[in-house]
Design a protein. Structure first.
Lengths: 328, 277
């Protein structure tokens, strides 16, 4: 079913954010916002999506770059992952995000791929990507949870008809850093906490984020609260390069000596949204950062996991990653 | 549908004369190559042919005038037959010279010619690309990728298409000295940028780029299909970081697959290019 040719579309290359918003508003769900293109062009080539108009955001220089603000840092949504990875400011204060960006895909993809695109990309469930009429595609079956399904990449938590997981490496880092998403449309601007940005299938099964077709993600804000904290990021995938996570962990700690004052721990690729481990955070706050606390955190992290036929291995993987994060 | 079922049966040997009317006459079947495509194909073949004969000092002016008289859609065959003075060898040479365009047509005929809505403020199709230091004018569809433009419109087939999904790296080119997958870059995006393909690396006197020479010396290529992409990634690395460690080089080359598994050979090549540059 692989096809290499895209259906025809009208291409717009606005240079101004207001023009882009106007175009996005005009076309609504008949339009498509193109950032780095690695999710978009695959959809077009596979004939999975056939928009009437593509609005190329590449020319919107106002949405690029990393700026210091009074309360932290603001990253334009079109900043490339390479810039995020290499930014001295981010490496210095928000190393968690820089580390996560560094583990995305391959160098060429990071050179073109944007932070906003990495957050907004669609799920990689390969039944869904293949174009079957699953729940997420508007049908009435989940092929990935069927008795004969191959589902080693799929969810441990929060499945609701759909068992797909969040594919983004930067999303867990941003949720852990309590980031905020700045979203604009023709009616104005709104700011959404990262934790509320991602969409669970129980709320709306056909999309991965709260972004409406006429919305444009313009920036990601990192509050100063976690700047310069102790960070831990680890991603496990089948291959070291170019692969989506089987499980990833992004964690931030504030400590006094060996004691954990505050923690923020998020796992990727175990649920449809980045899974914030609130219970673990409460449990380990005030405890000493040692092997015992790590074991406690790991055991708590996997409580309630509901594996599918082929992803049991993700449970000890997740437990060990959380242990390693807490152990430091 | 009924006609379809009948004709399938007919194929199995239960054919009866009654089935014949269900099969559409050949003339009414959809053409696999549109009139527009064949006109374009004809124009390209003609220009290639003209260039070939002009350069081989044959009677080029006569060829051109004769071909002009046969300029109508679907006459690619006619133009071969009107030249009784052509030898079979000349004709084959002409086809080889135009081979790039012909192979391109099989791609573009498949879907890039989907009728587009009337232009309503989108991009202009005719654009100038700076490729390997030369400015090239080219007509580019809105959904055309750089790999397609380079290979099938500019004839730069050193850039390979492997997966066409940004997964293999064979199509890697430099855009302003940074490596990108050209299969996943819209050509309209790179209008004002400097594109470098593997054809643009060697110096005018034919001396290979140090990376190319090092890959030869270290026996990097086996089947060679990934090589131009590997070269471009290595060149991008050396332009950004002329003195990388082996580990840095390994990471920088991580976006190029080699199904022959010659990764260490390529890596040795990168390190040799570093030490010899």
């Amino acid at each position: 079913m692989m096809k290499d040719m895209m259906s025809g579309f009208e291409l717009y290359q606005p240079a101004d954010v207001d023009d882009a918003i106007q175009l996005i508003d005009r076309y609504g769900n008949r339009g498509w916002k193109l950032a780095g293109g690695y999710d978009s062009l695959d959809w077009f080539k596979n004939r999975g999506k056939g928009p009437e108009a593509v609005i190329d955001l590449e020319g919107l220089d106002a949405l690029k770059g990393i700026r210091e603000t009074t309360d932290g840092v603001e990253i334009g949504a079109l900043t490339t992952l390479t810039e995020v990875e290499r930014s001295p400011l981010l490496r210095d204060r928000y190393g968690l995000l820089a580390d996560a960006a560094r583990r995305v895909a391959s160098p060429q993809i990071r050179n073109a791929g944007t932070l906003g695109g990495n957050l907004s990309q669609d799920t990689r469930c390969w039944y869904y990507r293949y174009g079957v009429d699953c729940y997420r595609a508007g049908g009435n079956t989940c092929y990935a949870a069927a008795p004969e399904a191959m589902n080693r990449e799929h969810a441990l938590f929060g499945a609701s008809r759909c068992v797909a997981v969040t594919p983004s490496d930067t999303a867990p880092a941003l949720v852990a850093l309590d980031a905020e998403m700045v979203v604009r449309n023709a009616r104005g601007e709104r700011v959404i906490p990262a934790a509320d940005f991602f969409m669970e299938p129980s709320v709306d099964i056909q999309r991965m984020t709260v972004l409406d077709p006429d919305d444009l993600l313009t920036a990601i804000r990192l509050p100063a609260s976690w700047a310069g904290a102790d960070f831990y990021f680890e991603k496990v995938a089948d291959r070291k390069s170019w692969d989506f996570a089987l499980v990833s962990v992004a964690a931030a700690f504030r400590t006094s000596g060996a004691q954990i004052d505050e923690a923020s721990i998020v796992c990727g690729a175990v649920q449809c949204i980045p899974r914030r481990l609130h219970d673990v955070e409460v449990l380990i706050s005030g405890r000493t950062r040692n092997e015992e606390t790590a074991a406690l955190a790991g055991a708590e992290a996997i409580r309630g996991a509901e594996p599918l036929d082929y992803n049991h291995f993700k449970i000890p993987l997740m437990e060990n990653l959380v242990k390693r994060a807490v152990r430091g | 549908m009924v006609g379809f079922v009948k004709s399938v049966r007919g194929g199995d040997g239960n054919d009866s004369p009654k089935l014949a009317p269900d099969v559409p006459p050949a003339a009414k079947r959809p053409q696999s190559v549109s009139a527009e495509t064949s006109r374009y194909l004809f124009a390209v073949v003609r220009s290639r042919y003209t260039a070939y004969h002009a350069s081989s000092a044959s009677d080029g002016s006569r060829d051109v005038s004769e071909m002009d008289s046969s300029d109508s859609p679907g006459t690619t065959v006619a133009f071969a037959t009107t030249h009784s003075s052509w030898s079979r060898r000349d004709f084959i040479k002409g086809v080889i010279a135009s081979g790039v365009s012909v192979s391109g047509m099989s791609y573009f005929g498949a879907g890039c010619t989907t009728p587009l809505p009337a232009q309503t403020g989108g991009v202009e199709r005719l654009l100038s690309l700076t490729v390997n230091g030369q400015v090239r004018r080219v007509d580019v569809l809105p959904g055309e990728t750089l790999a397609m433009t380079l290979r099938y419109k500019l004839g730069l087939t050193g850039t390979k298409l492997g997966c066409d999904r940004g997964e293999c790296g064979a199509c890697t080119v430099l855009i302003d000295d940074v490596n990108y997958y050209s299969c996943s870059t819209l050509t309209h995006r790179v209008r004002d940028r400097e594109i470098t393909t593997v054809e643009g690396l060697e110096s005018p006197d034919g001396t290979l780029h140090p990376v190319q020479q090092a890959f030869v010396d270290e026996l990097g290529p086996q089947c060679g299909f990934c090589t131009s992409g590997q070269v471009m990634s290595a060149v991008a690395l050396l332009r950004a970081n002329p003195n990388p460690t082996r580990q840095e080089a390994r990471e920088a080359m991580a976006g190029n697959l080699c199904r022959c598994g010659a990764y260490d050979h390529y890596l040795n090549g990168v390190m040799r290019a570093v030490s010899e540059a």
